[in-house]
Design a protein around this ligand. Structure first.
Ligand SMILES: C[S@@+](CC[C@H](N)C(=O)[O-])C[C@H]1O[C@@H](n2cnc3c(N)ncnc32)[C@H](O)[C@@H]1O
Length: 233
């Protein structure tokens, strides 16, 4: 890799982690301000009945949006899964502190993220080499199917995103919506075209000089009104 590329990478990574730390301090999700607006607009649209949420990748998002929903007196039930034990425990403590034990359910299926596995390097191996294989990886991907419910909002924001997408489709309530975060990455986009209503929304850069700014992808089965309400973004 050229010197220039290495310096650019280092700088980008510094900006990425600085913003992540700042968001953690402020109790904000790892999302741009436009992404927060998109999620709030979705919750507002679905506010007329209890909102059932499933999130792959628990985090500040879990508590942040729960606080938003509570403030607006919107009834909800939130399920979120993670693969990182320390992170899961941290979020669990936050959920308890904020008094959300009765409406947020956190699950843990522990496994190493791909970047800590042998064989991962600066040049990533071909797509599929790190697909879910271990029992916990497969359980993590398929977890929403064990809850025996349909979900109004499915958030895909952590490991194995393109494998989570078909599962999300299976358990999505007919009026529900799937939101795929960081959807600008081409390898996350497999299968998105299969939704009757789907689009990518430009959602701003997470850090300066980001080569490709963020996008979120939204997919809806049978709720054109909800889909159209996002046209303002
Ligand atoms: C991109 S983060 C998204 C988490 C969450 N949806 C949010 O927006 O706050 C995905 C994963 O990164 C891991 N993680 C570890 N440290 C983290 C940190 N400081 N902030 C966010 N995620 C972290 C967690 O395992 C988490 O599931």
């Amino acid at each position: 890799m050229s010197f220039f590329k290495r310096v650019t990478r280092k700088f980008w990574s510094l900006c990425f982690y600085s913003r992540l730390s700042l968001h953690s301090l402020l109790g904000l999700p790892a999302q741009t301000s436009k992404e927060r607006q998109i999620f709030k607009a979705i919750f507002d649209q679905l506010a007329d009945k209890k909102i059932r949420v499933f999130e792959w990748g628990s985090g500040f998002s879990t508590v942040y949006y729960a606080r938003y929903l509570r403030k607006k007196a919107i009834s909800f039930e939130w399920h979120a899964i993670d693969n990182n034990k320390l992170w899961h425990q941290k979020i669990k403590n936050m959920v308890k502190d904020k008094g959300f034990d009765n409406c947020i359910n956190l699950y843990l299926k522990e496994f190493l993220p791909f970047w800590e596995k042998p064989g991962w390097g600066i040049v990533p191996p071909p797509c599929g080499v790190f697909s879910p294989k271990e029992e916990n990886e497969l359980s993590y991907v398929n977890f929403p199917k064990t809850i025996n419910e349909k979900f109004d909002v499915m958030i895909i924001d952590a490991r194995f995103r393109r494998h989570c997408l078909p599962v999300a489709k299976e358990v999505l309530a007919s009026q529900g919506i799937i939101v795929l975060h960081d959807a600008q990455k081409p390898h996350y986009q497999i299968g998105v075209e299969k939704f009757p209503f789907q689009r990518f929304i430009d959602s701003g850069a997470w850090a300066p000089f980001q080569p490709i700014p963020n996008k979120v992808w939204v997919g809806v089965a049978d709720n054109k009104k909800l889909f159209d309400s996002l046209n303002c973004f």
